[in-house]
Structures are given as C-alpha cells and as structure tokens.
Write a protein that binds this ligand. Sequence first.
Ligand code: ASP
Length: 306
Amino acid sequence: MSEKHSPVLLVHGGAWAIPDEMAEPHVNGVRHAVAAGWKVLERGGSSVDAVEAAIVVMEDDETFDAGRGSFLPSDGRVQLDALMMDGASLRAGGVGCVERIRNPIRAARLVLDESPHVYLVAEGAERFAHQHGLPLCANEELVIEREVERLRQVQEQALVGKPPEFFAEHDTVGAVALDRGGNLAAATSTGGTLNKTPGRVGDSSLIGCGCYADNESAAVSTTGWGEPIMKLVLAKWAADRVLEGVVPKAAAEMAIDRLETRLAGHGGIILLDARGRYGLAHNTPRMAWALKSVHVETAGIECPSV
Ligand code: ASP
C-alpha cells in the first residue's frame, strides 16, 4: 500500500432522541470504536480492517442495537444484519437475519473476502460463516433482559393502540474510513427496529441504502428509520452528490433533508471522501459519533459545526 494519504475514521452509534442518562455510554462506545479502528489505520492497515475493528467494538457493547443486546423482533429472537463495502474494488459483503453470530460484521467481511456473492441470509449465512471459521452461538446468548422488557412494553402498548415513539431508538452502528493507501471502506451493523416482523431486512445491510463505499465518490453509513432510507437508496444518493462535486458536509445535509422532505423519514448519516473530507448530519434530536484523524480527535451526540 502506498503511503500518500492521511487516514481518517468516522463512526456513528445511532441517531434518535438519546436521553441524557444514555449520553455517556453512547459517547464512550463510539470513542472506544474509533480507538480500535484507529490502531489499524495508524499502523498502515486497510480501511476495510479499520471499519471491521470499529464495528466489532460497538457490536460487543450492549449500549448499541448491534450484536448482543440488540432490539428484539416480535418473536423475541435477535436477528442481525450487517454490510461492509470496499471502495477500491467495490466488493461488498452482507448478511441478513442471522441469529447465531455475535459479530455479524465479521460474517459480512467473510462474504466480502471469500464468497462470489454479495449477500447471504439466515441459516445459509450462518453456515457459510461457520465453515470459514466463525464460531456460532445460541440466540439466547444475544438476548439481554433490558431488551426483553423493552419488547414487552412496546407490545403491551401496541395492544392498547398506542403508536410507537416518533424518534424511536435507532442505535445501529456504522463506520467509514480512509487508509494511507487512499482507499475508502464503509460498514454498518444492526439488530434492526424494535418489534420488527421476523425476516424483515432493514436499510443497514442493503447496498447503497445503509452503507456504500466507492473511492471515486464517498464512503457512507446511515442510521434511522430504515424503510424510508431504503426507498431513497440514501447512502448511494449521498455518494452521488459527492461524485458531482458537492462537498461531503453539504452532501450529508442534503441527504437528510431529502429523507425528511421526500418521505418524512428521520435518521442520520456519516460520509467521508477519498480526500479525507467528511460530513455528518441527522434530523433526530441526537446522533452519537466520533472522529479521528491525524489532526482531530473528537466525539459527541450532536453534529459538530465543522
Ligand atoms: N436503520 C436501522 C433499520 O431500520 C435501524 C437503526 O438505524 O437503528 O433496521
């Protein structure tokens, strides 16, 4: 890898009305994720390795809706989706509806590296991951009491006709990175939306919707209410604006504006181009994020004014 670029790593840990008492765990979680990914970039590792390392930390952190501790579908069994994309080759690997994988982003990475396909779902994805060395776990190991209670409450409310909160929790995790070789990568991992129908796949693991990377445009990860995001193919839409010459900050803002005005959607986006320019935007009250470059190290739960 030639060493002409200054690395950058940007992560998010979901966009919603993060309450004050949950602000600290969110900020700590995204900071830890950036630290893990940065270690990879610092020693000259690839952007693909860096986003994987960052996402694994957040999947292992029960604060987020990814890996263990994810929101539960209506049947109470964790179902996870993840996607990773390499901006140099446009290779992508995605898994959907996996129930026995602690770190679905590792399975997505295996699909990217070892499979001629872009997507594997459910048992086929689990079998593939296992055959390529990833341990499987029991679904119960991914379920935590907090989420059992959360599901119980939302189902009870649904029975009496109460609509879900408008800014319902969207704790999906994502990362975008630029490595020293000038290559971009993006990754997104999620447990999806609370009380979803088993088998539902959200935007997060759909190429161009929740995640996209192309060295010629940008690396992008989104979070939020998945159905509007996928209808707009939002990550690709934002990357295309960068390709047209829009600066990443403006492209991120335009994407969230489009989500809101076109489909009354809500969520957040992070975006990074191959020159190391980045953008973040959300129309939810808060979004957890962290950024590291050679010059900057910062994190927060509201968009920075950069
Ligand atoms: N976008 C995710 C989904 O709809 C949820 C999230 O971002 O938290 O599955």
